[in-house]
Design a protein. Sequence first.
Length: 462
Amino acid sequence: MPLLPRTTAEKAGVDPRAILDLLDALASSPFELHSLVLVRRGEVLAAGAAAPWTLDHPALVYSMSKTFTSAAVGLAVADGAFGYDDAIVDHFADLVDDGVGPKSRTIRVRDCLAMATGHTTDAIEWAPRMPLRRESIGDFLRREPEGTPGETFCYNQLATYTVATLVHETTGRTVLELMNERVLSKLGIAPLHWTPDADGRPLGFSGFHVDPESLAAWIWLLANHGVHEGEQLLAPEWLERYCTKQVDNSSVETNHDWTLGYGWQVWMSSIGHRADGAMGQYGLVLPDQEMAVVITGSVEDMQPPLSAVWEHLLPGVDRTPEPGAQEELDARLASLHVPPAMGEKGPGVGWAGVDDAGSTITLAPTDDGWEMRWFEADGASNVVTIGPGSWSRSTVRWPEGTHLDVAASGGWTTADEFVAHIACLDTPHTAILTLGSRAGLGWILPPLGPVTLRQLAVPDQA
């Protein structure tokens, strides 16, 4: 059931042609669109998902997780659990000793939120403990910042991890529990999965899995100053501060919209501000337009899709609608899809072999495609159905109580090589399986960190 009421672009005061132009621009770029949800004044004016992705299936949003963590910090501060000016070292005294340097001792909660801990490299690159655990915060604090806390910007995963852990230790609730209780459940959002650290607590900086429909309700809540159905769900002080420039990052050599300043776990944008996640996950807050924009997908360079929003969508706000464009937009949104992998059906042709990880793979033709059986070295086994030039859905399961929803398409590209695309629907990623002289698994765009399907899995109860 939709979380927000529906309207049309025309009724919302947005020219449907502008949305069509945005979709055209995205389609002509390397960006692989998975979903688009536009909200104005609390109503969804356009929504579509590119099959096999859907609007109601939670998927990994990478660093968009950070903004949820930031809001949880705001709630904890408003409850009196700790303060923005508290020194981090005072809350984790048992993890440090007199060897902690004078700069590290001045790192505050607000500095972690603003990615201004004074370090000049992301701690995730040098943290000695993987996976992360509470003791990793001690490692973080013992690394004396090269710059100045409160002033030097550096995108730093452990800064977010630290404040996420602080919320749990001072409130008794993880950032996910706090947000579920105080915010997400009131928006009608069902419980979601957040990848845990080694101690079982949400990572904070990444790992949140959320569907586009819920994401749109969340981004609209931010655009609507934290108010839902007349109730103030988010802390007013946090709302005032999170979306203002807290630190300068103009010297960073990166895309333009990543050099306009950083707030508290959000980026300042050419227009408004935004939460975003690696490889094409965007949540744009546009206060002047009274809009929220959610776009998910897969791309390496994240600036062009954002530029397309500025160039094509925004000029259409409060513009006279083009006659007939609404019907064209409705049809386009209903037909969005990611092109499946193509190949020959090859009746009666199969394959069997062992991949580099020691897994046995067999491929057998069926009436409507292929059935791939996959036997891992530890005894786990699964069946994935593959459509011939069309997406076929399966659920891959593992004995540890995890699963991955996938959709696969493919075919024989040559007489002795079979290629399948496996869309991992709990993530933005698509794997490429090649069966020929050997079995190989690659990626259209590799995940950050995990590199196997099994490592991308989510708990069965999620």
